[in-house]
Design a protein around this ligand. Structure first.
Ligand code: ATP
Ligand code: MG
Length: 370
């Protein structure tokens, strides 16, 4: 699964024992990296090996309000229609999809298991998983990553997602005429994006943050390996909502205003006040969760804070975070070491870059990779 860090190991939700080996397309075909959010769907068509993907198509499309709520696809038909139109509009030829479920929808647990000689770890996991996952095991899909495996003991990272949440995403993809090949988690996709584009010193503590519309994911990485993940139930969407409710703006006008467009001198002054307050609240919430996760992970200072997600573009957010965290905060560049096809509009891609962090991370995954 995506937590695998450096080697970008294979996996995905499919139940213990499920393998992706039956899926074809090892390394050289083209794939769709699809980040389905409550505000927009982000799509990349990538080709080449996962360790050095080339982007051949890229695009985003808005998701109707309410089609995705509480980390769940509420309206499969509407979401699949958005995906289908995006795929058709971009002329995407790949069919296999790598996607992610939202971080808040998964349960992640580290499990230490005592092994008897010759005991098979996977069989043991199938028996023991129920002790670690606070959900009826029948209702979840499990994935795992072996962190250490010795003769008498193994440490495993268990990841579980409710089957109904998972199926909302996979059904929307299948209904769009595509094949859901790997389902990752957005935290881990972010980590793969980082690993692809950045060098991390052995002791460096780096915070990766994806600020979405309704929630923000945090992944604390030490020496290039994820130590803790968490999320904040807040994103850029709340600020848009407040612009609508407190200033009586239409949703479209509020979005425009939030991205810096002028609505006239008088309104701009009011917008500025709402934005300042919204940004302060969002930065406070992220700061609080991030400090907790970081302090759980390490005593070292934060070496860097890299931010992605549409919400990262709200004016003033990065500066507010930097002041609170007393650390350098910058927008991540998801394309630093990514090849871009010459047929792509570089300016349009650059414009979308902050929103494509998770999608680039997904673009490093390949069905059947080891
Ligand atoms: N140029 C911009 N300026 C300010 N805010 C922006 C800009 N572009 C997008 N946003 C904000 O970013 C948010 C959308 O970000 P993103 O696309 O990452 O969310 P999402 O993945 O659809 O949602 P989620 O992950 O929460 O389900 C919206 O709240 C939007 O207002
Ligand atoms: Mg998102």
């Amino acid at each position: 699964m995506g937590r695998s860090g450096r080697s970008r190991k294979a996996g995905g939700f499919g139940g213990l024992g499920a393998t992706w080996s039956k899926l074809t397309g090892r390394g050289t075909g083209s794939y769709i990296a699809l980040d389905v959010g409550s505000s927009s769907v982000k799509l990349l068509e990538v080709r080449g090996p996962g360790g050095s993907p080339e982007i051949v198509r890229a695009g985003m499309a808005p998701v109707p309000e309410g089609a995705l709520q509480n980390n769940t696809v509420q309206d499969v038909v509407a979401v699949s229609e958005v995906i289908r139109r995006l795929v058709d509009g971009l002329g995407v030829t790949a069919r296999q999809v790598v996607t992610a479920v939202p971080g808040p929808s998964v349960i992640i647990k580290k499990a230490r298991l005592a092994l008897r000689p010759d005991e098979d770890l996977e069989t043991l996991l199938m028996i023991e998983a129920a002790n670690f996952i606070p959900e009826n095991i029948e209702n979840v899909s499990l994935d795992y990553q072996v962190l250490s495996h010795e003769e008498t003991e193994a440490e495993v990272l268990l990841v579980a997602v409710r089957k109904d949440i998972l199926s909302g995403f996979t059904m929307a993809i299948a209904d769009a005429g595509l094949e859901p090949a790997i389902v990752d988690v957005d935290y881990f996709a972010l980590e793969n994006m980082y690993e692809l584009n950045y060098d991390c010193g052995a002791d460096d503590v780096v915070a990766l943050i994806n600020v979405g519309s309704r929630y923000s994911s945090i992944n604390i990485v030490k020496g290039g390996v994820s130590t803790t993940t968490g999320d904040v139930q807040a994103g850029g969407g709340e600020i848009t909502d407040t612009l609508v409710s407190s200033l009586g703006l239409s949703y479209d006008d509020a979005e425009q205003a939030q991205s810096g467009a002028s609505l006239g001198t008088e309104m701009d002054a009011k917008v500025r006040l709402v934005l300042e307050r919204g940004v302060a609240e969002l930065a406070d919430a992220i700061n609080q969760s991030l400090r907790f996760l970081w302090r759980t992970a390490s005593d070292e200072p934060l070496h860097a804070v890299l931010v992605t997600g549409g919400g990262a573009r709200v004016p003033g957010l990065l500066e507010s975070l930097s002041t609170r965290l007393e650390a350098p905060v910058e927008m991540a560049n998801p394309f630093g070491r990514v090849q871009i096809s010459r047929s792509l509009d570089a300016v349009a891609l650059e414009e979308m870059a902050p929103s494509l962090g998770v999608a680039v991370g997904l673009g490093t995954r390949r069905p059947g990779d080891a």
